[in-house]
Design a protein around this ligand. Structure first.
Ligand code: XMP
Length: 324
């Protein structure tokens, strides 16, 4: 597909009008949209919602890998947009499918396929023939689009099963994140500045095998990282918020001490990056007192499990933003 926009010439108002017209012309009947509450899928939902009205059903899959409070927030936000929302609680299904799986690409493929099967199920119920996704340019570029190498299979690209019956509609396919944010602002969406969150969610922030306990640890740590960094930003300690900021549970245990008792606990890694479009990124220079607070809060809150916190100072390249 040809790139239709460049950052400097990009006109969000015109983009919305063009996409609404395109969806109206191309989609005949009911569609389901895969929505996560993130900027991309919410913008896609708002645009396609304008085009299709009641012929759009938003499907939010609670995979069990969502952040703290996320499902409730998404329910409320999509409700405000006037879009019909179905929340599918599928945590047990996802955990069962991922049991024993440690390879990052396998995890991503399994998650991608599960997502599609659930959407297919809902689509059948509402008699939809179309699946709308908030795929953006970096998703398919990194998934090996064109002549490129597969860096990682984004759940909404590399994970699509070959025998999928739904026709794909991807209105943001050619956009980069900064352009999606411009469209979100134009649409007046409150989530326009929200940090990105990957579709596979916390599943790719627990290195190695997923257990409910490990996911719970990283969920709590991600919440601490988010609140501490946002508090520091509001207090004027940071000039800007990082592009993304979160925690990753590493498959490394180390010896520590609590009081005078030996501990042998998990290691939590804190990651914060600056970026423009996630194609490249630099590690974020967080002030040491902010890092210290994050470390203390993580080791206090999760004291029976985590006894070491490290900060990732790798750029992309050679790293990527997420660890899997
Ligand atoms: P990486 O880790 O490849 O991430 O440097 C680039 C950006 O993409 C997000 N990401 C994903 N988003 N589905 C998504 O919707 C995915 O499977 C996925 N994997 C990574 C990542 O959080 C970062 O913003």
């Amino acid at each position: 597909m040809m790139m239709t926009t460049t950052a400097s010439l990009f006109n969000p108002k015109q983009f919305i009008e063009e996409q609404v017209a395109k969806v109206k012309a191309e989609v005949k009947g009911h569609a389901v949209i895969a929505t996560s509450g993130g900027v991309d899928s919410t913008v896609a939902a708002a645009i396609v919602g304008r085009a299709l009205g009641k012929d759009l059903t938003a499907v939010y899959v609670d995979t069990g890998f969502m952040r703290k409070g996320e499902t409730e927030q998404v329910r409320e936000m999509l409700g405000h947009l006037g879009i019909d929302v179905r929340i599918i609680k599928a945590g047990d299904e996802f955990f069962a499918a991922l049991k024993g799986v440690t390879d990052p690409e396998k995890k991503r493929k399994i998650i991608g396929e599960k997502f599609i099967r659930i959407f297919e199920r809902v689509a059948k119920e509402v008699k939809a023939a179309y699946l709308v996704q908030g795929t953006i340019a970096p998703d398919w570029i990194e998934s090996g689009g064109g002549a490129r190498d597969v860096i990682k299979s984004h759940h909404n690209v590399g994970g699509l099963p070959k025998d999928m019956h739904l026709k794909l509609v991807e209105p943001l396919y050619d956009l980069y994140k900064d352009e999606v944010r411009k469209v979100a602002r134009e649409l007046g969406l409150a989530i326009s500045e929200r940090q990105p969150f990957p579709g596979p969610g916390l599943a790719i922030r627990v290195m190695g095998e997923l257990t409910k306990e490990n996911v719970e640890l990283v969920r709590e740590a991600c919440d601490i990282v988010e609140t501490e960094i946002e508090t520091a930003f509001k207090a004027g300690k940071l000039n800007a918020l990082p592009w993304q900021y979160f925690a990753v549970l590493l498959p490394v245990r180390s010896v520590g001490v609590q009081g005078d008792i030996r501990a042998y606990g998990h290691t939590m890694c804190v990651r914060a990056v600056a970026s423009i479009d996630a194609m490249s990124a630099t590690y974020f220079h967080l002030p040491h007192d902010v890092l210290e607070r994050i470390s203390r809060r993580i080791t206090n809150t999760l004291k029976d499990h985590v006894n070491r916190v490290v900060y990732d100072i790798t750029d992309k390249p050679p790293g990527t933003v997420e660890w899997e």
